[in-house]
Design a protein around this ligand. Structure first.
Ligand code: HEC
Length: 188
């Protein structure tokens, strides 16, 4: 499975178009963008959980996740967002190549790899020119279960279904793949 996927990923790779483009450096920049987003969202999420519990923290995820990813995208010049095959927000549906990577992450977790250690990158041709693509798996941790787990408090569940009538992001256990960060950038 892993081999098949890698073969597919390699087929979509194109030779470096610009001598100045360094994939290793771009991977490092993408990882930094992800770390910046994660740290900012997590600290706001935890502060809200402490002051007003999960009910209050839903607002942070609802409004701040998209705002923070926009801020990070502006700062870094890379586009950063989150996707999940079991998405809560309708904006976080993965496209075809993102779904293929998520599937690969899932099989690697089944084969015994830790979700926290999984990432992937490639360079691909698009209608707008060559694009650098990076994804990093998002594992489910203990903190996440109040809103993504199997036993969600009734008032939290009510609020979630009010804001997200199509919510698919519940039923997760610690260590499960919750989704992934996606970072893309133009290759000049
Ligand atoms: C207080 C409730 C709450 C907690 C706790 C929480 N989330 Fe979420 N999560 C949400 C909400 C609400 C959204 C939808 C955000 C939006 O509208 O963009 C979301 C969306 C996401 C998404 C984007 C994909 C999707 O399903 O739309 C990921 C990935 C995610 N959460 C991971 C986590 C992880 C990992 C943790 C633990 C570190 C966590 N969440 C903790 C409420 C929560």
């Amino acid at each position: 499975m892993k081999k098949t996927f890698l073969a597919l990923a390699c087929a979509s790779l194109i030779p470096a178009v610009s001598a100045g483009f360094d994939q290793t450096e771009e991977v490092a920049r993408a990882k930094q963008a992800v770390a910046g987003f994660s740290a900012a969202l997590k600290s706001e999420l935890m502060a809200a959980m402490q002051s007003g519990g999960a009910l209050r923290a839903i607002e942070v995820c609802h409004t701040r996740a998209a705002e923070i990813s926009e801020e990070v995208s502006l700062e870094t010049g890379m586009s950063l967002f989150r996707v999940s095959q079991q998405n809560r927000s309708p904006s976080n549906v993965p496209n075809d190549w993102q779904t293929a990577v998520l599937q690969d992450f899932k099989s690697r977790i089944l084969a015994g790899e830790e979700a926290a250690s999984l990432s992937w990158y490639a360079q691909a041709e698009t209608a707008d020119g060559p694009e650098f693509r990076f994804m990093k798996a998002i594992p489910t941790g203990g903190l996440c279960l109040q809103c993504h787990g199997t036993q969600i408090a009734p008032e939290v569940a009510d609020k979630l279904s009010e804001i997200y009538p199509q919510d698919k992001a519940t039923g997760f256990k610690p260590g499960d793949l919750r989704g992934a960060f996606v970072v893309t950038s133009r290759v000049d």
